[in-house]
Write a protein that binds this ligand. Structure first.
Ligand code: TMP
Length: 212
């Protein structure tokens, strides 16, 4: 089995999670941890092509096609990148993963959530995050932060993004052990301190147990 830590960063477009992920990477590296960052969709060569379709297709994309493309990207990413990195004992910080599909394609687009959970299981083939940070922000603030230059998903409208936020909050209720809520309406610095404490706690606890 894997020896590293798999930590996923989830939340709305405009929640600030990518900024936090990069700051946490620097913080953990300074503490001497072996860390890599990655993201979905698009972190592999195959995934890059999938991402381009998902975010920039000029054709309209059917909801079921969108769902399969996110899952296909994930399957490739997990096998080719995440699992090998974890086997090498690395801490993998991943910008979006399975919960994004449940929140966006399930709650947002209205695909069957239970079915999506099963499809996610096929895509990850036994992998699950040690910790998920949910950066929760009001949809209005998030949409403001995204600005005017929107990709296909960001342009899906405020009602869609409200459903996505609600989906994340449902996932939080179902998985209180794995998912930790962070109030991303706060300043970057406050959010960073909160994020850092949660991650440090997990990493030191688990390392302690492994070394005991
Ligand atoms: P990002 O790289 O800017 O976060 O863009 C990815 C977009 O794709 C974002 O709007 C969230 C969306 N997304 C889904 O709808 N489902 C998924 O499974 C994933 C990973 C992302």
């Amino acid at each position: 089995m894997e020896n590293g830590f798999f930590i996923t960063f989830e939340g709305a477009d405009g929640s600030g999670k990518t900024t936090q992920l990069n700051n946490i990477k620097t913080f953990l590296q300074e503490k001497g941890f072996d860390v890599v960052t990655t993201f979905e969709p698009g972190a592999t060569k195959t995934g890059e092509k999938i991402r381009n379709i998902l975010l920039h297709s000029e054709d309209s994309v059917a909801d079921s096609c969108e769902m399969f493309l996110f899952l296909a990207d994930r399957a490739q990413h997990v096998e080719m990148f995440i699992k090998p990195a974890l086997k090498q004992g690395k801490i993998v910080l991943c910008d979006r993963h399975t919960d994004s599909t449940i929140a966006y394609q399930g709650y947002g687009r209205g695909q069957n959530v239970e079915l999506l959970k099963k499809l996610n299981q096929i895509a990850v083939n036994g992998l699950s995050p040690d910790l998920t940070l949910l950066f929760d922000v009001s949809t209005e603030i998030a949409q403001d932060r995204v600005g005017k230059d929107k990709d296909r998903m960001e342009a899906a409208g405020i009602e869609f993004h409200k459903k996505v936020r609600n989906g994340y909050l449902e996932l939080l209720k179902e998985n209180p052990e794995r998912i930790k809520l962070i109030n991303a309406n706060n300043s970057i610095e406050t959010v960073y301190n909160e994020t850092k404490d949660i991650i440090l706690n997990l990493v030191t606890n688990k390392r302690g147990k492994t070394n005991a």
